[in-house]
Design a protein around this ligand. Structure first.
Ligand SMILES: *[C@@H]1O[C@H](CO)[C@@H](O)[C@H](O)[C@H]1NC(C)=O
Ligand SMILES: *[C@@H]1O[C@H](CO)[C@@H](O)[C@H](O)[C@H]1NC(C)=O
Ligand SMILES: *[C@@H]1O[C@H](CO)[C@@H](O)[C@H](O)[C@H]1NC(C)=O
Ligand SMILES: *[C@@H]1O[C@H](CO)[C@@H](O)[C@H](O)[C@H]1NC(C)=O
Ligand SMILES: *[C@@H]1O[C@H](CO)[C@@H](O)[C@H](O)[C@H]1NC(C)=O
Length: 450
């Protein structure tokens, strides 16, 4: 009742506005939950939590995120799915929807299909009352290795048209382009510079953590979701393609993969290659962080740690399928390192894929889980701005060196850089010291002066 009076007054004052508002359906019980958050949270970083729709987002730790992004499969007609938007706004957070961009081959921005796509996105934004449009560009670039300059230009024109159409309704919308770990055709000719074109339309570039393996043409073996060496290389390529770090949002996965090995020699798990000499990733099974913790607590805590990739893994033998398996995942050490990288390289923020991966909703207070998940990245949001410049300078050099070493194929060099990075990061990182693996510490300290 109390709320009604002011809104009535407002309506009288701004009749036409209200009339328009009334026409777009708000699925929320409290109609105000369809409005964008008014309060500026004052965060300098973004933490986007992606949902895959499998858990109830209400129970998530909202203090540690700035936005919720729902999958493209969500349908506003579903009461439950629509409610995620109401919850997000009610918590004072921004709400985003994912839209797929799966054009392939020759792209014609004046074609019927392109015009329909622009219409569709504008309509989705309106129905969902979304503040963020996350355009998934990964399919376009992964299906279409042979796209050309004019296709990229056409694609950009579609995005520009989409943004302009939405801007007519509201000007608060941000477009987040979901991209792969390195820019399309990074190493090839300069005429293929997609990202340079896209800086007008992509407010954020979200690096998709699953793209590191999905878009892989290298030797076919099990590896972590985000190999640190590749991450630094990809970032430097984005920089040189005119995407500044402060637009980059690092996507980290809260899931891992169980790879079925054809052979396991040392710790190298080799997999089958299909005829195209690409890896056959159908032989891997996604494991959420929740599943790994629940099913394999022992392995989870007794895992090995790959220093070069800075990621944990463990091997096991399945006596039913008679194959060795290698499981790569993320733990507190590897995630903390990535969260710190966001701060040190002054990236814009972090995207968590997916919030649902923790699986459980009731146990967030449980020490182990709490330690390495939700609060870990909260540090970013409370990050103090001072001392950043020197840190950045150092990190810049480190990343440059890492890339140099990578190109030379000098594994040892990269190892030193990584060790250096770990050393450096450790200082920033006091709250997490207690759960770092003892053997990792020893290794670092012993070998650093080699
Ligand atoms: C959403 O669901 C409704 C009814 O269930 C259906 O008619 C509509 O086509 C769906 N929309 C999308 C975009 O799938
Ligand atoms: C693009 O589509 C429009 C409409 O279908 C057509 O008139 C035009 O010729 C197409 N352009 C190219 C380059 O194919
Ligand atoms: C690989 O190539 C062989 C011969 O060219 C063919 O018989 C086989 O079906 C192919 N396998 C796959 C997975 O495409
Ligand atoms: C989990 O641990 C059990 C018991 O050690 C083992 O039998 C099983 O293979 C493990 N599963 C995975 C996915 O690691
Ligand atoms: C072992 O392999 C069998 C057959 O593929 C599968 O059903 C089972 O889930 C596997 N066990 C584990 C622990 O992965």
């Amino acid at each position: 009742m109390k709320l009604l009076l002011p809104s009535l007054l407002l309506c009288l004052l701004s009749g036409p506005l209200c009339a328009e508002h009334a026409t777009d359906d708000c699925p929320c019980l409290n109609k105000r939950d369809c409005d964008p958050p008014v309060k500026d949270l004052g965060h300098r970083k973004e933490v986007f939590a992606f949902s895959d729709g499998s858990t109830d987002v209400e129970a998530w730790t909202w203090e540690s995120i700035t936005s919720l992004i729902v999958p493209s499969s969500f349908n506003i007609s579903s009461k439950e799915e629509a409610n995620t938007m109401c919850i997000t706004h009610n918590k004072g957070r921004k709400f985003g929807i994912t839209v797929e961009m799966d054009f392939s081959g020759h792209v014609n921005h004046t074609s019927e299909k392109a015009v329909e796509w622009v219409q569709f996105v504008a309509q989705q934004q309106k129905q969902w009352h979304a503040e963020i449009i996350a355009v998934n560009l990964v399919p376009y670039f992964s299906q279409d290795a042979n796209s050309f300059w004019h296709d990229h230009v056409a694609l950009i024109k579609m995005l520009v048209a989409m943004k302009a159409k939405i801007a007519k309704v509201t000007d608060i919308i941000k477009v987040a382009c979901i991209v792969s770990w390195k820019p399309p055709c990074a190493e090839k000719d300069n005429s293929c510079d997609f990202t340079e074109l896209s800086t007008d339309v992509c407010d954020f570039y979200i690096l998709n953590p699953d793209s590191f393996t999905d878009l892989d043409e290298e030797k076919c073996r099990a590896r972590p979701n985000i190999p640190l060496t590749k991450l630094l290389y990809g970032l430097s390529e984005y920089n040189s393609h005119h995407v500044p770090n402060n637009r980059v949002i690092l996507g980290v996965s809260w899931h891992g993969y169980d790879y079925t090995c054809q052979s396991l020699i040392g710790n190298v798990c080799s997999m089958l290659e299909d005829n195209s000499t690409k890896c056959d990733f159908s032989m891997r099974r996604k494991l959420t962080a929740g599943e790994i913790i629940q099913e394999n607590v022992t392995e989870f805590y007794s895992h090995q740690f790959d220093m070069l990739y800075t990621a944990p893994f463990f091997n096991y033998y399945n006596s039913t399928d008679h194959h060795h398996h290698q499981v790569w995942f993320e733990d507190s050490t590897s995630l903390t390192l990535k969260y710190n990288l966001v701060a040190e390289l002054q990236l814009r923020g972090l995207a968590l894929l997916y919030g649902d991966d923790l699986g459980l909703t009731s146990d967030y207070s449980d020490t182990e889980k709490a330690l390495w998940t939700w609060p870990g990245h909260t540090v970013l949001l409370t990050d103090s701005p001072k001392s950043q410049p020197d840190v950045f300078h150092y990190a810049d050099i480190v990343s440059g060196t890492a890339v140099g070493c990578l190109l030379l194929g000098a594994a040892l060099g990269v190892m030193f850089v990584c060790v250096g990075l770990r050393k450096r990061i450790k200082k920033v990182n006091e709250p997490f010291v207690r759960d770092r693996q003892a053997d990792v510490q020893d290794y670092t300290d012993d070998d650093f002066n080699l």
